[in-house]
Ligand binder design. Sequence first.
Ligand SMILES: Nc1nc2c(c(=O)[nH]1)N[C@H]1C(S)=C(S)[C@@H](COP(=O)(O)O)O[C@H]1N2
Ligand SMILES: [Mo]
Length: 559
Amino acid sequence: MEDVSDETTTRPPGPDRPGAGRLVRLLSAVLCGLAGAAAAVGAGEAVAAVTRPAAAPVVAVGSAAIDLAPTAVKEYAVRTFGTADKPVLLAGIYLTMLLLAAGAGLLAVRRRAHGPALFGLFGAVGVWAALARPDSTLPDAFPSAVAALVGAVALDRLAGLLRRVDGPPSVDGPPRGAPPAGREPAGPLPADVPAVDPSVRSRPARRTVLVAGGATVTGAALVGVGGRVLADRRADVGAARAAVRLPAPARPAPPLPRGSAPGVPGLAPFVTANADFYRVDTALTLPRIDPRDWTLRVHGLVDRPLLLGFDELLALPLEEFDHTLSCVSNEVGGPYVGTTRWLGASLPALLRRAGVRSGAEQLVGRSKDGMTIGTPVESVLDGRRGLLAVAMNGEALPVEHGFPCRTVVPGFYGYTSATKWLVDLELTTFAAHDPYWVQRGWDRTGAVRTASRIDVPLPFARVPAGEVTLAGTAWATHRGVGAVEVRVDGGPWQQARLAEDAGPDVWRQWSHRWTGATPGTHRIEVRAVDAAGAVQEETRRPPYPSGSTGWHSTVVTVT
Ligand SMILES: Nc1nc2c(c(=O)[nH]1)N[C@H]1C(S)=C(S)[C@@H](COP(=O)(O)O)O[C@H]1N2
Ligand SMILES: [Mo]
């Protein structure tokens, strides 16, 4: 675009000077794009606050990205960012959007239709993402559709303004302040003298674009943040959760043996505090379920389908047990494992009440947000404990751990047994339904592999020569841990001291006194043997598709 000389105008020097430069013009165009994006996101959030917060454009796109991400990418995200994977994903989406919006701004000042068209494309992606969720309904399309419309209009207006700033003088007449034809200017005109015929279309100052862009961003931020705050407040189940009165268990858990933890400083506590319990799920926004609105449907291959409210669930005889839940995505030595005291209604008892028909092979749990998790029916009914859990460690389930109800079945990784925000249980066959993770290639059964971990000393710790205390934990959930062995520098395996047994469904902590530690670097290894005598697998394998294998090791420096 050619620079337009307006030396004859009275506009003050500044960025609007002739030759103000490509950079200023480009930045102004970028600002228009960003302001359009801000308007879109703000409007989307506001509409989603009324319809459904999870359908807000950025959240919807993020959720779709989680569902679509190839397993390798998911594994990488969990490994690299841990529980920060969700904020990282959102930041990535915002960054991408900012770049595209900047591009839309640049396009819009050149060709009027291009910028808004790009916004239309954004909107289409948002609508598609919002509708792609398994639990979506048509109104979920609104936030993205409105966002695209508002963004496109905002961009079109701002870009139009900018085109008039940077463009050639309007065909309506010369720019403001230009001397009327035929009269020589005697010098700069006094500011209070109307310089031109009012019919002449004025060329706005660049400042106008900055002000309009800034106002758009500010307004969008206010509306968007306001919508988010409103939605959060409306969806807050904190009060409902605090109001839950947990009945005393009809079948309480026995107290933990006093010696179930070896009491070594630095070793994880035997029972994991709720606040420290690992969290793994695909929920970008937490499903918030008011127990008064909650129902559980039990259906499929059953004689008597059931529909249960939360009060009815609490009125059932509740059971309590200690159990170690672990994630299939846990790497060797990783943190995605925890032990907690669960309270809830017996899952096998409920299934018997519904009357499981022969031919039912798979119990599929469905969550409020559409997650599906399948457990072999045979295992659920083989006499092991299993819960529709409503509490962990004496507290109603925290929202991030599935409030108001989730399943727990010892012996299986979370992805095949522990549906959070549970709303539906279907008895079906394996052929009839592939649950979420199975669709993505993970093992259908998901039985927990024998695993062990060195917690003390920490990797690369410096420890004094002589006697060094080693300690850690091991689990072979539901089979139980029979032995833990350690070795140093590939030497002979030695039996670690096992803490007292709290049952096969929980981990077993261990300790070992390594005597005669000499200065230098040493490698400590651990392996567990399950109660049936099977030794933990040595071969290192990644979590996909059925859980990591291999012995955990730690390198320390003895000084
Ligand atoms: N609704 C829902 N339930 C879910 C998941 C999920 O993504 N959505 N993830 C499962 C997985 S992979 C694991 S390991 C456990 C983790 O439970 P936690 O977050 O309470 O530790 O929940 C399971 N239940
Ligand atoms: Mo998991």
